[in-house]
Write a protein that binds this ligand. Structure first.
Ligand code: QV4
Ligand code: CA
Length: 439
């Protein structure tokens, strides 16, 4: 069997685990809630020169507009259609961003919300980011189109129709996650509509997908959708390149649904990573940096080539999702810089850096009641542009952790800066001292 044929077969079987980043780049950054115009600018002026491999963007499809509370960040996880218009921009701006980022070797990874549509109580009307009419009461989404027959109501066996018991595998997959209308992905025409959306994005030039709420979809149904996907656009990728797939599966142990059930589809988010690293750096539970010598599978994490790793994400930096109190975020700047620096230095997993916006946290009984607050916005609800200060930090309420000196190796670094720094530090980190000097 010729070597090229063998490589083709390997690519066919393993492509979905490969991040498809330009060689010499080893991480992606989640530019949470950024406008497409700002992502394009950041690719050209900062991410390419500093060796970042790509950007995870917020969901680009039409979502419901929530007014109570006022335009929360999480309204973007309530789809109304797969039209490419959201508070981050329209289809023209999306296409421009993908082309400009690809042209400088920074690839785009789309946060794909395909498990559900909007919340059951979202009402009816055209209060959506493209103005499409929908009716959540009758599960009518004419802009896709989806009708009541395309949802799991008859399959869900819980009393409320929502997920009530995470020990019940069928509930977790076939009932509503916090009342979000749950799509029937065992139906081929639903699979085809989802695949059509993802293939449209692939045709535009994206490099892969974060599959939101993957835990709430049967692995086999996801595979059926992924099997319908085209290869990446040959304008920027070699022929036969598969989209990079990483599935959001929260598995901290103790539930019947586990990350390993999703390995056949692609990588998975390893939530234990951030939770444990935060515990070590905070020196909780008797943990010490010296114990990081066998960091990775030695700590019970998924295999390195199946892991998408991160210190924090858009959920657990504000108490949503999983990870708990040990999660380090930009609010804990000194330890956070150490955590992200260690992640980028250590070879385990494929790293994703969080880039956040500020919000005014307000704790009542230990819970931030402002956890819903959306991105910096103008009075008309439009998202504020990302401004860059003279000292290269960001203004207008954007945190830009990815621009912090300890996280982005050098403002003048070339494309291999991240790799060089990461491998050198990996040696240092693996024979780490017990002190947590930190910057
Ligand atoms: C509330 C009640 C429901 C009630 C409903 C009635 O909780 O019991 O039935 O009102 O209207 C928002 C609100 C939530 C509300 C829901 C529906 O916060 O209070 O339900 O809308 O109106 C994000 C936010 C959620 C948000 C959701 C939809 O985190 O708070 O819900 O978007 O707008 C699990 C999953 C994991 C998930 C994680 C958060 O296994 O997959 O929870 N993480 C992903 C995303 C996350 C997103 C979703 C999934 C949903 O990372 O950002 O949830 O797409 O661990
Ligand atoms: Ca589901």
């Amino acid at each position: 069997m010729g070597i090229y044929f063998l490589l083709l077969i390997v690519g066919f079987c393993w492509g979905q685990y490969n991040p498809n980043t330009v060689s010499g780049t080893t991480s992606i950054v989640h530019l949470f809630e950024w406008r497409w115009a700002d992502v394009a600018l950041e690719c050209e002026r900062y991410l390419a020169p500093n060796g970042f491999g790509g950007v995870q963007i917020s969901p680009p499809n039409e979502n419901v507009i929530v007014t109570d509370p006022w335009q929360p960040w999480w309204e973007r996880y309530q789809p109304v259609s797969y039209k490419l218009c959201s508070r981050s921009g329209n289809e023209t701006e999306f296409r421009d961003m993908v082309a400009r980022c690809n042209n400088v070797g920074v690839h785009i990874y789309v946060d794909a919300v395909i498990n559900h549509m909007c919340g059951a109580s979202a009402g009816a009307g055209d209060h959506a980011t493209c103005g499409s009419y929908f009716d959540a009461n009758t599960e009518d989404f004419p802009a896709v189109p989806y009708s009541g027959l395309d949802f799991n109501d008859r399959k869900c066996k819980s009393r409320s129709g929502d997920i009530e018991d995470y020990q019940d595998v069928s509930q977790v997959r076939d009932c509503r996650l916090v009342s979000l209308l749950d799509l029937a992905l065992e139906k081929d025409d639903v699979r085809s509509k989802v695949a059509e959306y993802l293939n449209r994005l692939i045709g535009i030039g994206v490099a892969g997908f974060r599959l939101d709420a993957a835990k709430h979809m049967w692995p086999g149904d996801l595979k059926a959708v992924l099997d319908k996907l085209k290869d990446l656009n040959t304008t920027w990728f070699p022929a036969g390149t598969k989209p990079f797939i990483y599935q959001e599966v929260i598995d901290l142990g103790g539930e019947p649904i586990q990350c390993s059930q999703y390995f056949g589809n692609g990588r998975v988010t390893e939530f234990k990573y951030g939770a444990k690293l935060g515990t070590v750096l905070r020196k909780w539970d008797g943990e010490k940096m010296a114990y990081l010598k066998n960091w990775g599978e030695g700590w019970g994490f998924v295999p390195a080539d199946r892991a998408l790793v991160f210190v924090d994400n858009h959920d657990n930096q504000r108490g949503h999702g999983a990870g708990g109190a040990s999660i380090l975020t930009f609010w804990d700047a000194r330890l956070y810089k150490m955590a992200v620096g260690f992640m980028l230095a250590h070879p385990y997993g494929f790293p994703r850096i969080m880039s956040s916006f500020h919000w005014s946290r307000y704790f009542v009984n230990g819970k931030d009641v402002n956890d819903w607050m959306g991105p910096p916005s103008e009075s008309d609800g439009s998202i504020k542009p990302v401004t860059i200060n003279a000292d290269t930090t960001c203004g207008n309420g954007w945190v830009c952790e990815h621009r912090w000196r300890q996280i982005s190796p050098s403002p003048t670094g070339g494309t291999t800066a991240a790799t060089r720094w990461r491998s050198a530090e990996a040696i240092k980190a693996s024979s780490s001292s017990t002190t947590t000097s930190g910057s």
